[in-house]
Design a protein around this ligand. Structure first.
Ligand code: SAM
Ligand code: SF4
Length: 323
């Protein structure tokens, strides 16, 4: 069983398949960022499959593909097919910014992605342009329509709460999601790297209280296994999750680790502790040796992040680790 030194069970891995992105969200990647990982350092599909098959044998149940922008990784559906076929993996999901989704949604669904998270911070074209660095609203909306038609089990919209977020923006997004059967998730900005730190922080607690009142919402449960706490309307047309790493952290129940494109296993989103698996894979480590190193790595998991106490602690940016 995959367990860390604090008795937390790990059954979920976020796999970053690239650190590159076609957007530059203000809270994630600095505008002129160029310090990307060398292609020679990217784990190949064979290496990913080998390592994750060992994880799966040890008890991993869920994998989420992320990035950077995962749809920029060539032949992604091929990787999806391989991971979906791993014995023990019963949930394969994907996080995307949606810019390329119109083209890829159906193939990804067929390959085995069952749930989709799409980042969309505003329904206002100019605001989204300002936040992402590109005029992409129409593209993302087309991607979402394609995804709706592709038969995913669930589609969630991730909206990072940025300073300047108005009640009107939030209410428009609530209505948009309710009309289309999407689950909305509001996320507090985390101080990862310079971009995350300079984005400013918006406390979601008052927004949560206002939405509860405004839409007559009650506490509810929405499948997903993540840290979001949900409010839902009695008819469940409105479903809103709140991810509050700063105002109410959830480290005690953290069930996940993260594998970045260069093969480093990151043991906490808010700490720099990581273990290199690329050299082990390329050095010909056996399955037993990989399993041994996974077990040891988990014992190095920090108890919690320190976003509040030490916001300058992480130098890496969110796009390099995948959220
Ligand atoms: N490119 C894909 C996307 O945007 O969904 C996947 C990678 S992105 C790093 C994963 C998630 O992290 C997105 O929902 C994004 O909004 C979120 N994110 C990025 N930087 C963040 C930050 N500083 N604080 C909180 N969430 C952040
Ligand atoms: Fe790219 Fe996603 Fe980061 Fe935006 S949040 S810059 S889309 S990786």
């Amino acid at each position: 069983m995959l367990q860390d030194g604090f008795g937390r069970r790990i059954d979920y891995l976020r796999l970053s398949v690239t650190d590159r992105c076609d957007l530059r969200c203000s809270y994630c990647m600095p505008k002129h960022f160029k310090d990307f990982e060398e292609p020679a350092h990217w784990l190949s599909f064979d290496e990913i499959e080998r390592l994750l098959s060992v994880f799966a044998r040890l008890g991993l149940k869920r994998i989420r593909l992320t990035g950077g922008e995962p749809l920029l990784r060539k032949d992604l559906p091929e990787l999806v097919r391989r991971l979906a076929a791993l014995p023990g993996i019963d949930d394969l999901s994907l996080s995307t910014n949606g810019t390329q989704l119109a083209k890829h949604a159906a193939r990804l669904r067929q390959a085995g992605v069952s749930r989709l998270n799409v980042s969309l911070d505003s329904l206002d074209r100019d605001t989204l342009h300002r936040l992402t660095g590109r005029d992409v609203l129409a593209q993302v909306l087309a991607g979402l329509e394609a995804a709706r038609g592709a038969g995913f089990r669930a589609i969630k919209i991730n909206m990072v709460a940025t300073t300047g977020l108005s009640e009107r923006d939030v209410d428009a997004m609530v209505a948009f999601c309710a009309d289309r059967g999407f689950v909305l998730r509001l996320i507090e900005t985390m101080p990862l790297g310079e971009a995350g730190r300079s984005a400013g922080f918006v406390d979601l607690q008052p927004i949560r209280a206002r939405l509860r009142e405004r839409f007559g919402l009650v506490d509810g449960v929405v499948p997903g296994g993540g840290p979001a706490r949900y409010l839902v309307s009695p008819d469940r047309r409105v479903q809103i999750g709140f991810i509050t790493p700063i105002s109410q952290h959830f480290c005690a129940t953290c069930n996940r680790v993260r594998l970045s494109v260069d093969g480093r296993l990151h043991l906490c989103l808010g700490q720099e502790t990581a273990v290199d698996f690329r050299s082990l894979l390329r050095g010909g480590a056996s399955q037993a040796q990989l399993a041994e190193h996974i077990g040891q790595a988990l014992l190095r998991r920090p108890e919690r992040h320190e976003f509040r106490e030490r916001p300058g602690r992480t130098v890496r940016i969110m796009s390099s680790i995948g959220g």
